[in-house]
Design a protein around this ligand. Structure first.
Ligand code: SAM
Length: 482
């Protein structure tokens, strides 16, 4: 039997079933142990240092105890600390992005995804480079600067060369003041060589959802195709890092398996990346299964309530305080609003999950991957975020300045984010307001920016930020970022 070893490169050793089962037993035994819970909460709280603020994070065992705990006042405490951590390291900024579906050709048999090979009635489509351009122009015209590209796995139709061509096209389009400055990539597990090619193409984060960490379920949920190989899929992030990609994004598809199992696996995966590569995941996404073409979410009996979903999000925030958290438009405005206060730092806006959907006037459904709950425009989402005290950010400076991997983490850990990310967020928000926003959003946005400028601790930084914001308003751009 495999032994638990977070430093091993073998899936069955770093995502060790025995250790997860032991963790779940320990969490269940201690879920009412208030002394232990208080100790864990104390460890999770941010603490002050000479140059800012730090967090210790939690082990998968500690975080699992919190997730199992149902004592209402302790759960409230978890939520409070999650918000404190989010504000301490990310401030009130929320990074905006949109998915871009390139192709829904797929040779896998994932039973929860309508792109599975046996689905003969879904329309299959793959964007030409001309169509990619059209999509990018439509996205730039909304104000997007950051995309996550998505594609099914199909070596014939979507080989790595196709993905690389698309990335090149995306970066090449500059419509009016538009530019996509960071392309994150969500494609199937691949080889070190292909990851190196993605790195050389200038991608941001490589995102790959584990779907489920439970091997037996994984094999059943992915009965056919290359994705059936659990070890190859689970070890993908190590290959990505070997290929030079230092920002990787994890996630599980909640609803497929028991959430406590998934949660322990997810935190163990983060611990493994930190132990082996010295840097944890850049992001963690928390998708839940949605209705889609031939997919009925009620066929999956591990669906979780909004309350449990909120608790999972908050516990992830406590366990891995420096990791960005992403919530997509799979969730409603209401759920997204709640989760934003529990540690989420990135959200998508105005998403279309169909291939070629952005260039169409009406939302097309024929090639869609799943139903989108939050169907508001980007302008509406930006306005809404500001009314709730958040700052929508279109910044991609860290990536462009090479502040990725552990260099980004050290910025985060040293509390320099308020002198760096905050002014950048305000400048990029100004660009959005000037170029794309409605009058209503513009009015609120400029008021908010004025107030937020006051939060910048360093007076020199504040002065430069203010000057740049004025320049942007007066159409005198220098594309300056801290
Ligand atoms: N084919 C790539 C792969 O295998 O990782 C790309 C991923 S796919 C375009 C993006 C993600 O959507 C999947 O990893 C899966 O978690 C999620 N997904 C698939 N079907 C879904 C559904 N019915 N509802 C919600 N999310 C779904």
């Amino acid at each position: 039997m495999a032994e638990y070893n977070p430093k091993s490169l073998k899936a069955e050793e770093f995502i060790n079933d025995g250790e997860i089962m032991e963790t779940l037993r320990y969490a269940e035994e201690n879920k009412n142990n208030t002394e232990l819970i208080d100790e864990i909460l104390k460890k999770a709280r941010p603490y002050k240092t000479e140059n800012g603020c730090r967090c210790r994070g939690l082990t998968h065992r500690e975080a699992s105890v919190l997730l199992a705990c149902d004592i209402p006042e302790k759960v409230e405490e978890i939520y409070k600390i999650a918000e404190e951590i989010k504000l301490a390291f990310y401030g009130n900024r929320i990074v905006m992005f949109a998915p871009l579906y390139l192709s829904n050709y797929c040779v896998n048999g994932c039973v929860y995804c309508p792109y599975h090979l046996k689905n003969k009635h879904i329309a299959r489509k793959k964007l030409t480079q001309e169509e990619v351009k059209k999509e990018v122009i439509a996205l730039q015209d909304m104000g997007h600067k950051r995309l996550a590209i998505e594609a099914g796995e199909d070596p014939q139709n979507n080989p790595i060369e196709y993905i690389l061509d698309c990335i090149k096209t995306i970066y090449s389009v500059n419509h009016k003041n538009g530019a996509i400055r960071r392309v994150n990539v969500n494609i199937a597990a691949t080889t070190v060589e292909n990851y190196r090619k993605l790195k050389d193409a200038g991608i941001g984060t490589y995102i790959l959802f584990q779907e489920t960490y439970h091997k037996e379920s994984y094999l059943k949920l992915h009965p056919t195709g290359p994705k059936h190989n659990y070890d190859y899929h689970t070890e993908a992030m190590d290959r990505a890092m070997e290929g030079g990609i230092d920002d990787v994004g994890l996630g599980v598809l909640f609803g497929l398996e028991l959430y406590k199992y998934e949660f322990a696996g997810l935190i163990m995966h983060a611990e493994h990346l930190e132990a082996v590569h010295g840097v944890g995941p850049h992001t963690i996404s928390v998708p839940r299964i949605k209705r889609a073409d031939d997919i009925d979410p009620s066929a999956f009996d591990n669906s979780i309530s909004d309350e449990i979903f909120a608790k999972i999000t908050a516990c992830i925030r406590l366990a891995v305080p420096y990791t960005g958290m992403i919530i997509s438009t799979r969730e409603s405005e209401e759920v997204r609003g709640k989760l934003l206060n529990l540690g989420v730092s990135q959200i998508s806006g105005a998403s279309r999950t169909s291939v070629g959907g952005y260039a169409e006037e009406e939302r097309p459904h024929d090639t869609e991957q799943f139903d989108v709950s939050d169907q508001r425009t980007l302008d509406e989402v930006v306005y809404w975020l500001m009314t709730k005290g958040h700052i929508p950010s279109f910044c991609t400076a860290c990536y462009r300045e090479g502040r990725t991997g552990d260099r980004f983490m050290s910025l985060c850990k040293n509390g320099q984010i308020l002198n760096c990310c905050h002014p950048n967020a305000l400048m990029t928000l100004t660009e959005f307001l000037v170029d794309y926003a409605s009058e209503k959003t513009k009015k609120l946005g400029f008021e908010v920016i004025e107030k937020e400028l006051e939060k910048i601790p360093n007076p020199k930084v504040k002065e430069i930020a203010r000057e740049n914001i004025e320049n942007i308003k007066n159409s005198n751009r220098r594309d300056f970022r801290f």
